[in-house]
Ligand binder design. Sequence first.
Ligand code: ZN
Length: 342
Amino acid sequence: MKALVLEEYGRFEYKEVARPEIGPKEVLVKVEVCGICGSDVHGMDGSTGRRIPPIIMGHEASGEIVEVGAEVESWSIGNRVTFDSTVYRLDDWYTKRGLYNLSDKREVLGVSPGDFRRHGAFAEFVSIPEHILHTIPDSVTYEQAAMVEPIAVALHALRLAEVDPSQRCVVVGVGMIGVFVLQALRALGVETVYAVDLNSRNRERAMKQGAAEAFDPAEEGLVERIQGMTEGRGVDLAIEAVGIEPTVNLAVDLLRKGGTAVLVGNLAPDVSFPLQKVVTRQLRIQGSCAICGEYPDALELIEKGKIRVDEHIAAVAPLSEGAAWFEKLKNNLVSGKVILKP
Ligand SMILES: [Zn+2]
């Protein structure tokens, strides 16, 4: 089969590789489309250390089952499916407690951080364990289904935040995940969601998706401005979807006393932490990792039109042209999701 292989940092090759073998509880999915995630773009040059070459990346995919393992019972050839980006074990201590995203020895599709290498879906076929598959509703296209993963990431963060519609929220960083956090907050009935992003295109997009206001973080006096819009208190909830020191600190600074910051972004491994502010203002800092069961909800939100995804698709391009699209994304020449089609 053909695959887009990251051969070394910064260099792809579109080439012939062996078709994946499937185990007894796995299925072979013929990939229809696979979206390029920001984490793939940041991974390809080695900056995150989570895409050690050689690796076939790609974890935001959808396709059709073309082969089923001997012990697979609930899936058949021809089923339209998408799948979780996390491959987890069913017999794990965490999985048994409903926390499969934290399970030990979990692997992520299309990721190779050193302790595992799991080839992903920038290929004609991918092997997937049956327990991470999800049916795509008839009215949802393969392209739309490829957007489910980032939506599910957003929903997971909001589940941990215990959102209440009366809360006032800020989303720091409205790239793909951040804009879905914003759309999901609006779908949950939250009226006031502020957006913060350096990029003016992202701010404009946030306004179109229902942000109450979108701010440039470089703006002088931003914290005071948002406090002024919240009776001097600050917001109840901040979702941080970048993961570098200035944005983490901004998310904390924008909170009212007793507020919650959910950290989703994690570009930087370490940031300096405002300990006294967090303690004396009794802030809750909640990390959010990946997805834990939010796929069906995400698919339903797309199916019912409560989260619109089509306008975020920047391009659907042949997988053979993948390297050029990675380059464009790296240089910030495209905004929105680029979807590759084997
Ligand atoms: Zn992703």
